[in-house]
Design a protein around this ligand. Structure first.
Ligand code: ANZ
Ligand code: ZN
Length: 842
């Protein structure tokens, strides 16, 4: 027994005291929490030369204390972190808080306080709970996005994008939440309502800051190929759909001069079906687009304005619904068909969206359902140009969108879709009226918010110089700390706009009196890069240390809820690509693998206040202990499935843990005894368990690992009670493995077991058992089967097969069945396991 292997623990105890101890959750929680903290067990060894793994949990928002959802997610995320540590990797597993955002501000308004008070009080509470919950995190790297030391670099990031032309300001109709009095990103509008307060969103024209994420659309799409199999397919599908790349053509339509109307530019459309060009019988522009106003004749203008007023708050999804009643206004003008010169009436309607494609469509009613409904409502012609096996749309009123052959399209007659698309693009290109085009659903990322509790946009507006970036040595632009309560209430503009003293600054460029930008950044900007800040959290000279990024990135395992399938993950991927282009990181994707944990339900439904089915995490921890709750979470189901708290048994988990713990108490052999001298059967079980666990952990079947651990516990208990007892060195080996496997989910119990075994803490950094392949080979023997004493067949069976199983297998043998039948059935079976079965017949 080497010196370094012996027990070092916070309290030394005599053997007798150890024997008398009971499994006491409270006692072991207190003891080991202190120990890990003082020992720095989970502090990363930056100088180490072992292979590295980076496990990152999506960081929490500090709303109150931790809840059951956190408990599940973090229990799951801790499994790979702890496992890889046991496998000898240097593991980085940090924690921080996404601590800017609206709830803090609303609480401050209500309580006449500053948002920081609420925020940091909650962070303290959560941090305490996290420590108790024993997540294996490196606390020295803790960060909060609302700290000036952090948001200084969020502002630096903004300026970097600005410098590269990736941050810009424009006037545009934006989603405005009348209740929260702020703009929302497209992503934050759900079914036409504010994601947070469910108030119907309206459009408002405002001057806003955007990040040019659309420049990265192709890379964001194409690089997803590398994430296949390591990200959930549904997340990739959602991102693909959100980016929404469509291939097609741009087509320009000349506008016929109108009586008394001004000359207008040709109208360009984006279409995915240039092959249907001959079927275009009218055109429609988005009623709320400027284009509609540019096109409308004077006579028709009042009608258009009236229509626009009514449009107000209808969501994009509703607007495009096929079964929605089609409405619109004739603009009094005609476009000219680029191939036939036909006059096509120009309409404005709400079913065409202002900010998709060009905000105008060539309507092909025969082959587009929305167009045909509009055509029927407005009595416009329908011209079928693709013959499919469906009935003629001009007759049925239902558009056909399937493949077929082109008809009624001079020079394209008889062509299939792909050929016709190619031909159309050729003709349009030659004519100069169109070309092949790609269109995206993705819009630029609207990042400015008229709220207080966020990172101020580091721009100064000067009469003479215009937009002037705040020089980086003047960062951070800190929030004023003297605004509180009512002063933060939304009044249609940013609360910062009311802080005159704060906003008035000299222009960094010319020195004249100027104004700070009074908007703050979307909190998704804060969270788009935090996983990089963990790499050098105290860094005062840079956003993060590129050297550390080379060592640690990408994150090997990212863990979090599927609710972030689009926003946060898309933004983080975008920002990583920008930083790659700036040569600050060497990877183009931040998260190599993604795990979306399921939800915690109660009685089949998500926990909620209104249903009154919430379960308080603190109460569960008090009742059953941390380990039992964590074990229950992980054992309940595969990590990506939901856990229903009504169907699980934390008290059962607690009993199991006590049973496992007592095994360690029963071990009486010395540290260092050779397990090879112990029971071979138990050793085989131990090594098989470890070998299977390795595969299961790689496959993220964490719940099955726990089931295997339970089986191992049973096998050890049997061995202790019936074999050589606690003195058998094979028992010591097995209990060591139980402790290591349990340490993945029940760290307190595992650590205490390790200590009972006389080993040096911490089990978290102990050496993983090297599987002995010779022990995995199952021993088999040849059994002979007799019928009426005569040898009739043989079979291979495990050496430890029981009598019942051997009899069953013997009687199933086809040859034996034949003899039995011939002899008039079984009278009696004599079994001498594992080698002999004799069937008496007649
Ligand atoms: C003619 C046509 C014929 C179309 C046909 C479809 C079928 P995705 O795939 O989503 O990109 N479109 C273009 N801009 C629009 C806008 N701002 N609002 C509403 N609809 C718009 O869809 C592209 C198709 O959606 C385009 O192709 C256009 O209609 C319509 F048999 O053009 B199509
Ligand atoms: Zn100036």
């Amino acid at each position: 027994m080497s010196e370094s292997e012996t027990r070092t623990a916070p309290v030394e105890r005599t053997t007798q005291e150890l024997q008398d101890r009971q499994y006491d959750v409270r006692e072991i929680e207190a003891r080991w929490q202190d120990f890990w903290e003082q020992d720095g067990t989970f502090v990363v060894d930056e100088g180490g030369d072992r292979e590295r793994r980076y496990v990152c949990d999506m960081f929490p928002y500090p709303s109150g204390d931790l809840h059951m959802g956190h408990a599940e997610a973090f229990a799951i995320g801790d499994v790979p972190a702890r496992y890889w540590r046991l496998r000898g990797y240097d593991v980085l597993h940090p924690i921080g808080w996404d601590s800017f955002g609206l709830p803090a501000e609303n609480a401050a308004i209500k309580n006449d306080a500053h948002p920081a008070e609420w925020t940091y009080a909650n962070i303290d509470t959560q941090a305490g709970s996290f420590k108790r919950y024993a997540i294996s995190t490196d606390w020295t790297r803790r960060l909060h996005t609302s700290d000036p030391e952090y948001y200084r670099w969020t502002q630096w990031l903004f300026l970097s994008l600005y410098e590269r032309g990736l941050a810009y300001r424009k006037d545009s109709p934006v989603n405005w939440c009348p209740k929260d009095q702020t703009v929302l990103a497209n992503e934050q509008v759900v079914d036409g309502a504010c994601e947070r307060c469910h108030t119907l969103v309206v459009k408002k024209s405002l001057n806003q800051w955007y990040f040019r994420i659309t420049d990265y659309a192709d890379r964001l799409l194409d690089d997803m190929d590398d994430l296949a199999d390591r990200w959930p397919e549904r997340v990739l599908a959602m991102q693909r759909n959100w980016i929404g790349r469509s291939q097609g053509a741009s087509v320009r339509f000349e506008i016929a001069p109108a009586d008394g109307g001004a000359e207008v530019d040709p109208v360009e459309v984006f279409t995915t079906r240039p092959d249907t060009l001959y079927g275009c019988t009218f055109m429609v522009v988005a009623a709320d687009a400027q284009l509609a106003r540019d096109l409308v004749t004077e006579e028709r203008a009042p009608e258009l304005e009236e229509y626009r007023r009514r449009l107000g708050s209808v969501s994009d999804i509703e607007r495009q619904a096929a079964d929605r009643e089609k409405t619109g206004v004739f603009l009094g003008r005609y476009a000219l068909h680029p191939l036939t010169g036909d006059r096509l009436p120009l309409w404005a309607s709400d079913y065409v969206l202002a900010d998709y494609g060009t905000g105008a469509v060539m309507a092909v009613p025969a082959h587009d359902q929305r167009d045909i409904e509009f055509a029927r409502a407005m009595d416009l012609p329908i011209r079928t140009v693709v013959r499919t096996d469906e009935e003629d749309p001009a007759v049925t009123g239902t558009a056909t969108s399937g493949d077929g052959v082109l008809i009624d399209s001079p020079a394209w007659e008889g062509l299939g879709r792909d050929e016709a698309v190619a031909r159309a693009v050729e003709v349009l290109t030659a004519q100069g009226t169109g070309e092949a085009a790609t269109n995206y659903r993705l819009r630029d990322w609207l990042v400015s918010r008229q709220r207080f509790w966020g990172a101020p946009i580091p721009i100064v507006h000067c009469e003479d110089c215009g937009e002037v970036p705040v020089p980086t040595d003047q960062l951070p632009v800190t929030l004023p700390d003297d605004l509180r309560g009512e002063q933060l209430a939304p009044k249609g503009r940013s609360p910062l706009a009311a802080a005159d003293a704060w906003g008035a600054v000299p222009c960094p460029s010319c020195g004249a009196a100027a104004q700070r930008d009074t908007d703050t950044m979307d909190t998704f900007v804060d969270s788009s890069w935090y996983y990089l800040r963990y790499l050098s959290p105290g860094d005062e000279d840079q956003m993060f240390d590129p050297e550390a990024a080379r060592r640690w990135m990408p994150v090997d395992q990212y863990v979090g809820g599927v609710e972030h399938a689009i926003l946060h993950l898309l933004y983080s991927r975008f920002i990583t690509k920008v930083l790659f282009d700036m040569e600050l990181v060497s990877v183009e994707e931040p998260f190599r693998a993604l795990l979306n944990q399921g939800q915690v339900l109660n009685g089949g439904r998500a926990m909620s206040k209104s249903l009154g089915n919430g379960v308080d995490l603190g109460e569960q921890l008090d009742a059953y202990g941390v380990d039992a709750v964590r074990l229950t979470m992980v054992f309940a189901s595969p990590p990506e499935d939901d856990v229903d708290w009504a169907d699980v048994s934390p008290s059962g988990a607690s009993k199991f843990l006590a049973r496992a713990w007592r095994l360690a108490q029963d071990v009486t052999s010395e540290v260092g005894t050779d397990p090879a001298d112990g029971a071979a059967g138990l050793r085989a079980v131990t090594h098989r368990t470890v070998s299977e666990a390795e595969q299961l952990l790689d496959d993220q079947k964490f719940n099955v690992v726990i089931a295997r651990t339970m089986e191992l516990v049973n096998a050890v208990r049997k061995e202790i009670d019936s074999g050589a007892g606690g003195a058998d060195p094979a028992v010591r080996e097995a209990v060591g493995v139980v402790a290591q496997l349990l340490s993945l989910v029940a760290p307190y119990t595992a650590e205490d077991m390790w200590w009972l075994l006389g080993r040096k803490a911490s089990v978290a950094n102990s050496a993983w058992l090297t599987v002995d392949p010779s022990l995995l080979v199952e021993d088999t023997v040849t059994a002979v089967v007799q019928v009426r004493g005569k040898l009739r067949d043989r079979l291979e069976v495990p050496a430890d097969i029981d009598a019942e199983e051997l009899e069953r297998r013997a009687l199933e043998l086809p040859k034996i069945r034949k003899y039995i039948e011939a002899d008039g059935g079984v009278r009696k079976v004599i079994v001498r396991e594992p080698k002999l079965v004799n069937v008496v017949t007649g």
